[in-house]
Design a protein around this ligand. Sequence first.
Ligand SMILES: Cc1ncc(COP(=O)(O)O)c(C=O)c1O
Length: 454
Amino acid sequence: MSFKIEYERFVNRTPNSCKLFEENKLFTPCGVHSNYRVHDPYPLFIRRARGSRIWDVDGNEYIDFNMAFGALVSGHSHPLLVEELKKAIEEGTIFGHESHESVKLAKILCQRFNLEMVRFNSTGMEVTMYSIRLARAYTGRNKIMKFEGCYHGSNDNLLVSVKPHLSKAGHMKYPIPVPATPGLIPEISKYTVVAQFNDIESVDKLFQKHGDDIAGVILEPVAMNMGVIEPDLEFLRMLRKLCDEYNSVLIFDEVKTCGKWFGGVEERYGVKPDLKTLGKAIGGGIPLSALGGRREIMELFGPGKVSHAGTFNANPLSIKAGIVTLEKILTREAISNAARLGERLAKGYRDIVVDYRIDAIVSSIGVSGAILYTSQPQVRNYRELLKCDFGKWFGYFISMLNRGIIPAATGPDEQWTISVQHTPEDVEKHLEAFKEVAPIIKKVEQPIGVVEAV
Ligand SMILES: Cc1ncc(COP(=O)(O)O)c(C=O)c1O
């Protein structure tokens, strides 16, 4: 079966999504409320979700491995969360004062992620923005080092070299900072130093050149906006060493990774940053993010000092969701069980890729993994990611949807997430669908639609 047939099949299965998309475009730019949700020919419109399942407006049922771009390691509407939130909503949705339980959640987060202090927000974008502000205030410097291909939310400070076009990106080791969107002031690029992920030499040389001006270095310690790219341990250690040498603040953006292991990246790799940003999974599906780290830096927040504010910060519903999620749902055991399913899924993919002689790499870490269509032996940074076949990825994505599997988050640079509510049967069904789709992917030559969004 050719991909053209799969494409038509998708359109035939989803007329109501198409209709809503067309209608939405009249009122909403591009018909979506986040650029990342756009894909060809149109995104699915969803009616409801529960556990590992999600249903679109045409009544199609899917096993969901997108899990809201990794925000739902708890799975959809976890019963414990539903029960506790029903009770919580009766007691008030927002107070305009501190919620009595914010203390409890602050303690849980500090213990679990080895933080001395923490402040809450709602989204990942906010906490990465605040982390940069703190780094600048703490050091009295302006420049921020980030890595090509890393995404830290849609905040102006960090919308540089997220998915730059190769023609503009300059030398692989010393990339040119490329604004990721119109509407940024040019100074943003001037104050951003862009390095190559997993490349110690690139970072070292840039520190030699800009070191005394670098307020902070921010990275996704496991690059999860480039599929799943693990850092070399030496790379993380070297970043720590250079930040110490140059008195720069090291920031791990753990908005995605904080849900991948019980204690996040530090527990897995043993490298401690000065600040960590947490988001997505910690709220179990309710907006909750946190910025935490060294007391000396965090204590800069305060009236008359560094600004940090937000009407919805630490509202009682988010706080309750955080407590239930971290205490009762994302326990060490539950995450380990989900990670075992993740390993089974990745192994199944690897076997199928070999059986069908598909040029692809399957990378995985615990609950998340990704398939990149490429003949390269490995993908360790953005430049290597760009050599992957995004057309094949798109063919795979649509063909899997037709078989009732949302295989991963939308985008060839995204990944799948296994939640604590997925079952071994869900994983086997995913693999059965991939086995059917494998021969189709081989035939996809031209990108019919690619996902491109910031
Ligand atoms: C690593 C990382 N940081 C920050 C963000 C921004 O989070 P949010 O979408 O909640 O603003 C994202 C979102 O995908 C992310 O992947």
